[in-house]
Design a protein around this ligand. Structure first.
Ligand code: MGP
Length: 199
């Protein structure tokens, strides 16, 4: 995907009428795709200035249409973040649902791996495969020059038992053999790097 196409995607997306109207397979909850094109940051711009909500949907058909047309991170060559979050939750530490949360992160050196992990996670979220569904805020695929990463954002970082359960399940879903670690947004805010839990 070219930067121009992706940037255009950040504007409201019109789905084909047949997809928008039929809506046969409804999801359990609504989800929103977001996009942050960080390829041409304006000097002095605050974080999040280029973050855009692209589309909120609640059917399987809309999901596949959006995924096929736009949300394939590996096709993007610049720096960017792709997000799928529960509708009403913004992919920011500042959002009240995320403020006390944190994230499980997996780094990826191969674009194909990132795409697979991203798609498996998207399907697990919209398909409600996690027991702790209400604990999940969303997923972010970060396309970076040096190393891509996929992060699963959750709500209550201090609840170790819940986060460990989610981490174990996510590892199974994305099928990674290496340890993955969980960091608190609070630590990121105060520039402390360090994982607090790992599975
Ligand atoms: P990042 O995008 O999560 O990591 O955060 P990246 O780009 O891979 O770089 P890294 O090497 O720092 O891991 C990068 C920086 O963006 C953070 O250090 C913050 O300054 C800012 N930032 C990221 N997020 C997710 C937020 C957020 O939710 N709120 C605010 N205010 N700043 C954020």
């Amino acid at each position: 995907m070219s930067i121009e196409v992706a940037a255009a995607a950040a504007a409201a997306v019109e789905l084909p009428t047949e997809v928008a109207e039929k809506q046969p397979h409804r999801l359990e909850r609504k989800w929103s795709f977001w996009f942050d094109n960080q390829s041409k940051p304006k000097q002095g711009a605050t974080w999040g200035a280029s973050l855009r909500k692209v589309y909120t949907f609640d059917t399987v058909e809309e999901f596949w249409c959006l995924y096929d047309q736009i949300f394939r991170p590996s096709k993007f060559t610049g720096n960017a973040d792709f997000h799928l979050f529960r509708a009403g939750v913004e992919p920011k530490w500042e959002d009240p649902e995320c403020a006390n949360g944190g994230k499980w992160t997996v780094n990826s050196n191969r674009k194909a791996d990132m795409d697979n992990m991203w798609l498996e996670t998207l399907m697990a979220l919209i398909g409600e495969q996690f027991d702790e569904g209400d604990e999940l805020c969303g997923v972010v695929a970060s396309v970076r020059q040096r190393q891509d990463k996929v992060s699963l954002w959750t709500k209550t970082a201090a609840n170790e038992a819940v986060q460990m359960g989610i981490g174990r399940k996510w590892k199974e879903i994305i099928d990674v053999p290496d340890k993955i670690s969980y960091s608190f947004h609070d630590d990121a805010r105060s520039k402390k790097s360090s994982g607090r839990y790992s599975v």
